[in-house]
Design a protein around this ligand. Sequence first.
Ligand SMILES: NC(=O)c1ccc[n+]([C@@H]2O[C@H](COP(=O)([O-])OP(=O)(O)OC[C@H]3O[C@@H](n4cnc5c(N)ncnc54)[C@H](OP(=O)(O)O)[C@@H]3O)[C@@H](O)[C@H]2O)c1
Length: 293
Amino acid sequence: MSADKVLILNATGKVGRNVCRALVEAGFEVSGTTRSANNRLAGQGVQPVVGNYTVRADLDRAFQETGAKKVFVITDYFRAAKSNAALEFRQGQNAIDAARAAGVDHLIFMSVADAECFDKQTNHMQAKVELERYLRQSGVPCSILRPCAFFENLDDAANWNPLKKGVVKFLSVQECKYCATYDIGRAAAVQFRDRAEWLGKSLDVIGWQGDLNQVAAALSKVSGIPVKAKLAMPIFLRRLFLNDLHHMFLYYEEQKGPRGTPAAFKKVVPDALSAEDWFRFHNRYADGSPIVG
Ligand SMILES: NC(=O)c1ccc[n+]([C@@H]2O[C@H](COP(=O)([O-])OP(=O)(O)OC[C@H]3O[C@@H](n4cnc5c(N)ncnc54)[C@H](OP(=O)(O)O)[C@@H]3O)[C@@H](O)[C@H]2O)c1
C-alpha cells in the first residue's frame, strides 16, 4: 500500500483522461477503470483496471488490486446512467459504499458548481445534489470538486459539436463560466496532497469567463485565422430537443450562475487555463489537425 496511489473511476472520458494526466504529472501512482481491455491508459502512465465502475464487484476488485486509499469518483449521467438521475445516484452510491468498505482515506467526488440552484427540469443535476448529501453522511473522508461548463464541450463530436477551422459553436452565445477538465485534475492533486486542509470542503472549478465572441477571439489568436462564433442550434430547438440542458443554460443566462469566480479558483490553481490557454493545450481540431502551427 502506498500513500500516493490514486484510483480514478471512469478514467477514459473527457474528465477521466485529463484527471489522469494531471495526477500523473503531480507524481501520484495512478490507476484507472475502463471497460475496455483495448485501452490507452498505460501509454498515459496509468495502470488500467479493466472493469465497469457501475458494478460493485468490479469496484471491490479495483480497490483490492490497486491497494489505493485515494479515489476520484466521476459519475456519468448521460451515458453510463442513460440520462436517468435515479440510476446515476445508485451508481455513485455504489462507488461511495465500495470506498467505505475498502477503507479509503480520501475520496474526491466530481459534482457540478451550484448543482442545488438549477430548476427541477435540469434533470442531470439531481443525482449530483443527492450524492453530495449521501457522501457527506457516509463517513468516508471526502472533498468535492464542483466544475462549471467544460471547455471540452467546444470540441465534442460525440455530442454533435466537432471543432472545425474558423468557427466555434456552443449552446449559448452569452457569457459563461468555463473550466478545463485538466484543471479538475490539478485541483484534485492539490486536495489529495493537502488532505487535512481539504477534508469536508468543496471547491468550485472555474477557470475563465467570457461570451462566445470572446471564445472565438481566443481561438482566432491561437490559430492565427479568423473565427466566427455561432449558436450550435437556435434557442427554440435547444428548448425543444435539449430541454434539460436548456434549463441549465437559463440559469447561466438569466441568473448569471454559477456564483463562483475564476479569481477564487486561482487561489488554489493559480495558472488555471483561460480560453486561449485551453485551445493551446487541446491543440487539435476534431479532424486531428493541429490548431497551432
Ligand atoms: N460537460 C460539462 O460541461 C460538464 C460539466 C460539469 C460536470 N459534468 C459531468 O461530467 C459527467 C460526464 O463525464 P465525462 O464528460 O468525462 O463523460 P464521457 O466523456 O462521456 O465519458 C464517459 C466514460 O464512461 C464510460 N461509459 C460509457 N458508457 C458506459 C456504460 N454504459 N457503463 C459504464 N461505463 C460507461 C466510458 O468509459 P469506458 O468505455 O472506458 O468504460 C466513457 O469513457 C456527467 O455526469 C456530467 O454531468 C459535465
